[in-house]
Write a protein that binds this ligand. Structure first.
Ligand code: NDP
Length: 310
């Protein structure tokens, strides 16, 4: 016999846990499937200084521990498993856990997040793991590099937006673009090109991020001429895109061309009745813990109203 739950939440970042807090308080007895990285992207973050309510900042993993405890306080059932497949073709919906157990759910909240893409070079990953000045979020970490020189890799809207954000805080920003043009919108291109402390290095790739315990520089290579250039920087930002974690939902619901779940604007509703999405899996614009948490609240309220209407 399959287990039957009212509200199943897939994913355990700020969106999923906030949805759980609201759903549990509404007596929906939510079950959270925590996924392969319980706590989500914040588990690999150090200082979080921009989440309201923590006047002295907090470490990412500690904050997620607080989220988890708060969700559990109201009776959320958290399972350290992952979802292997879903079937939304008939109600109640079927969700297969760890490739063996099936759970039937009346309402589902998807909060599986997104994963930042990295260049994948050894020095980038080593310094990232040491929290040594390598970051994929300028809005989160730019503050720590106030008045310093930094570099940001990427030529899309995110890189352009983050470069101009960093330019307001930092002395100098090197923007490293692998082609001879920016992919970002014309308006963003204009902003980048007219910001005096951003130096654009077109046709450049990152050869190495320098530093033992923290970033002290980087070597960039001109792919056309082969010339290498060493710059002194203390922060190395990567903004080459995110991958929404939607592999298991492909063909099961509407995704946009980049794989993000489509939601009805101003709500968490997807095109599948009773299935809601919140957090970074449906948001490529803001990607903040606080916006993810806010959308988790929306998803729980939408699920509660949906279940009440049935
Ligand atoms: P994009 O996929 O649009 O851009 C990624 C950028 O990173 C490209 O310039 C790409 O280069 C470069 N890149 C990819 N891989 C590498 C690599 N290995 N080494 C070096 N460079 C690399 O991602 P974004 O996150 O910028 O944007 C995602 C979506 O979100 C887009 O649709 C964007 O328009 C949207 N967005 C909109 C915003 C807004 O409207 N305010 C703000 C932020 C995002 P190449 O061009 O050579 O492929």
């Amino acid at each position: 016999m399959s287990e039957h739950v009212k509200c199943l939440i897939i994913g355990s970042g700020p969106a999923g846990y906030t949805a759980a807090i609201y759903a549990a308080r509404a007596d929906l007895k939510p079950v959270v499937i925590a996924g392969s990285e319980p706590g989500g992207q914040l588990m690999t973050t150090t200082e979080v200084d921009n989440f309201p309510g923590y006047p002295n900042g907090i470490q990412g993993p500690e904050m997620m521990e607080d989220f988890r405890k708060q969700a559990e306080r109201f009776g959320t059932d958290i399972r350290y498993s992952f979802v292997s497949s879903v079937d939304f073709s008939s109600k109640p919906y079927k969700v297969v856990i760890d490739e063996k157990q099936t759970i039937l759910a009346d309402a589902i909240i998807i909060s599986t997040g997104a994963t930042a893409k990295w260049l994948g070079i050894e020095s980038e990953q080593r310094l990232r793991k040491l929290s040594g000045g390598v970051s994929a979020c300028a809005v989160c970490d730019g503050f720590f590099f106030k008045g310093q020189d930094v570099a940001i890799v990427g030529g899309g809207d995110t890189a352009a937006e983050e470069a101009t954000y960093l330019a307001k805080l930092c002395k100098k920003v090197y923007m490293i673009v692998r082609k001879d043009f920016l992919r970002a919108s014309k308006a963003m291109q204009h902003r980048v090109e007219t910001t005096s402390n951003i130096e654009l290095l077109y046709n450049h790739e990152t050869k190495e991020v320098l530093g033992e315990q923290g970033v002290s520089g980087a070597i960039f290579k001109n792919v056309k001429t082969g010339t290498e250039r060493k710059v002194d920087i203390t922060g190395f930002f990567v903004a080459i895109g995110h991958q929404p974690n939607t592999e298991i939902f492909k063909g099961k619901m509407d995704l946009d061309e980049q794989g993000y779940i489509k939601t009805v604007p101003g709500s968490s509703k997807t095109n599948v009745e009773g299935v809601f999405a919140c957090g970074d899996v449906q948001d490529k614009h803001y990607r903040q813990a606080v916006t993810a948490a806010g959308s988790g609240c929306m998803a729980a309220l939408d699920a509660e109203r949906y279940l009440a209407s049935k």
